[in-house]
Design a protein around this ligand. Sequence first.
Ligand code: F6P
Length: 346
Amino acid sequence: MLPVRIGVLTGGGDCPGLNAVIRAIVRKGIDRHGHAIVGFRDGWRGPLENAYEELTIESTRGILPRGGTILRSSRTNPFARDDGPDRIRENLTTLHLDGLIAIGGEDTLGAAARLYGNHDLPVVGVPKTIDNDLGGTDMTFGFDTAVQIATEAIDRLHTTAESHNRVMIVEVMGRHAGWIALHSGLAGGADVILIPERPFDIEDVVRLIRRRHSRGRYFSIVVVAEGALPIEGTMETVEGSQDEFGHARLGGIGQRLEREIEQRTGFDTRATVLGHIQRGGTPTAFDRVLATRLGLAAVDAVNDERWGVMPALRGTRIELVALSEAVADLRTVPADEYEAAETFFG
Ligand code: F6P
């Protein structure tokens, strides 16, 4: 392909590794292919409102280990307004852009898939999310860093839990998938792990904690995913507000468990909500490498005019898959993986 102009944006919740993708796109796009790269600001707001900056090798130096995104991000939904796709098309034309790389999770890539499928816009996606819940790929970057941060937190909570004979609840992110909870819980030696894929019975949780006590372990660690739910009618639940894509704002299950467990067992109980700490800061080496490989593959896809696809990790290889595959189904924790973790409960 002859040198072209490519737009790039980062949408949805940020995650460690986004800057590594941007750097790889800029480096290979400019140095190898002679393309020009335009960075849109604040996710889909950028191409909707023509908010952008030219990216150069110089302006993207030193960003590999930096968390967040130099382009900033938002949860703007281009389909929340009727003229969204037309405005994006218009702005791509005005800026003489031949293609757009959208780096994002379920919502950002869902919008990218619709812009390509229904509006014929030249879009390539790059999968990212700490939640690790995208289809079409075996793993997303950001997840490894989030698990590392959560595991370190669990290790720290372990020692103080033991000193005070306490039950410690650790609430982690993950939306409607339990990957962060499962992996950090396993790595951190949690005594109970609760995930959205398996509604829990509070009486089972209490039984496991009591069993530990009866075996002479007077402290327990419970890792709970923010989207975990009690079996209907067994415990109070609360509805959160919604974002532009109609997703509920999750969180609060940790505090509710704290109350329930303390009341039912009489054991001193404390909840810690890790929140956005899981998304901030420097990416692990694994996430930097995965993000870099995806950025390189995305720019190659644009170069080959392979629209409507995203590079994805399949086994150890990076392959191109249809964007529609990434957003068709949420990738959740399979039952057997959860059951393997149950070996260590209580
Ligand atoms: O999708 C990433 C994620 O961090 C989820 O785990 C979490 O539910 C959500 O984003 C939090 O979103 P916000 O940053 O808008 O509070």
